[in-house]
Design a protein around this ligand. Structure first.
Ligand SMILES: Cc1cn([C@H]2C[C@H](O)[C@@H](COP(=O)(O)OP(=O)(O)O[C@H]3O[C@@H](C)C(=O)[C@@H](O)[C@H]3O)O2)c(=O)[nH]c1=O
Length: 187
């Protein structure tokens, strides 16, 4: 695998090495040893997927609060997404900055999201499937989110969202004090 650090320190784009032949190609998508050599969290405990019927489906921006903060590795297995992460680490030089990466079944690209980030995506095609690996168990009471259209973050979504959950619409814009209160009393 080829690891490229993004401008948000600790967040990596991971490309596969394709071993091509007449059938197509073979590629590794996870290796504990390579992750350890890169200094990344190799203690993954859950894998999940989501399937999205329509282009313009937006999920996010989500994260779990400490002590349940999670590393995520995101991969699109079919279709295409515009994947976004936001740096919520107050001590970081890129605090509150965001990046986007296009992940698709075609490019087989992955995004490694360290703890301390919010994550979301919008689908760019119908019938898009995502697979995640996570470094922490899903803990519903610790999961929270930020509005995808928070003016302070000013995320540029390339298509208008057409499908979004009620829960995601209820998220508030980012407010460090409110988040801190939740962290103090996570569940
Ligand atoms: C995320 C998750 C949800 N659920 C349940 C809760 C709910 O009944 C149903 C759907 O949950 P949600 O609406 O939160 O699903 P979704 O909006 O797809 O949530 C996901 O969004 C992306 C952006 C992420 O980064 C993921 O980590 C996750 O938060 O599945 C689990 O049982 N385990 C899980 O790990």
């Amino acid at each position: 695998m080829i690891f490229t650090e993004t401008k948000l320190k600790g967040a990596f784009i991971i490309d596969v090495k394709r071993l091509e032949d007449e059938r197509g190609f073979f590629a590794r998508v996870w290796c504990r040893r390579e992750y350890e050599q890169m200094g990344l969290n190799a203690e993954l405990v859950q894998a999940s997927m989501s399937y999205n019927k329509q282009k313009g489906t937006l999920r996010g921006l989500h994260f779990q609060m400490p002590p349940y903060a999670e590393t995520k590795i995101v991969r699109c297995t079919s279709g295409m997404i515009y994947d976004v992460i936001v740096d919520l680490r107050p001590e970081s030089e890129t605090y509150l900055q965001w990046i986007s990466v296009e992940l698709s079944g075609e490019n087989a690209r992955m995004l490694y999201v360290p703890e301390g980030f919010a994550h979301g995506f919008i689908t760019l095609e119908d019938h898009t499937s995502i697979q995640y690996m996570a470094g922490q168990y899903y803990t519903s009471g610790a999961e929270t989110g930020i509005r995808y259209d928070d003016p302070a973050l000013n995320i540029h979504w390339p298509v208008a969202p057409s499908v979004i959950s009620e829960r995601d619409l209820r998220h508030q814009p980012y407010h460090p004090v409110l988040i801190q209160e939740k962290i103090t009393n996570p569940i």
